[in-house]
Design a protein around this ligand. Structure first.
Ligand SMILES: [Zn+2]
Length: 45
C-alpha cells in the first residue's frame, strides 16, 4: 500500500516526508515525530 498522508496526525502540519525502511513510515519536520501508517482493513469492525 502506498498512500501519503496530507496532514501530520499529531500537530496537523503538512511538512511530512517518507521515513524509514518500513512502508508507511513518515517523518514530520514540524513536530519532529516519526510515525507509521497502517491499513486497518475494509468496512466497519
Ligand atoms: Zn507533526
Amino acid at each position: 500500500m502506498r498512500a501519503a498522508p496530507f496532514y501530520c496526525p499529531y500537530c496537523g502540519e503538512t511538512d511530512l516526508e517518507p521515513n524509514g525502511d518500513e512502508a508507511g513510515g513518515f517523518y514530520c519536520n514540524s513536530c519532529d515525530r516519526r510515525f507509521i501508517l497502517a491499513f486497518g482493513g475494509i468496512g466497519e469492525e
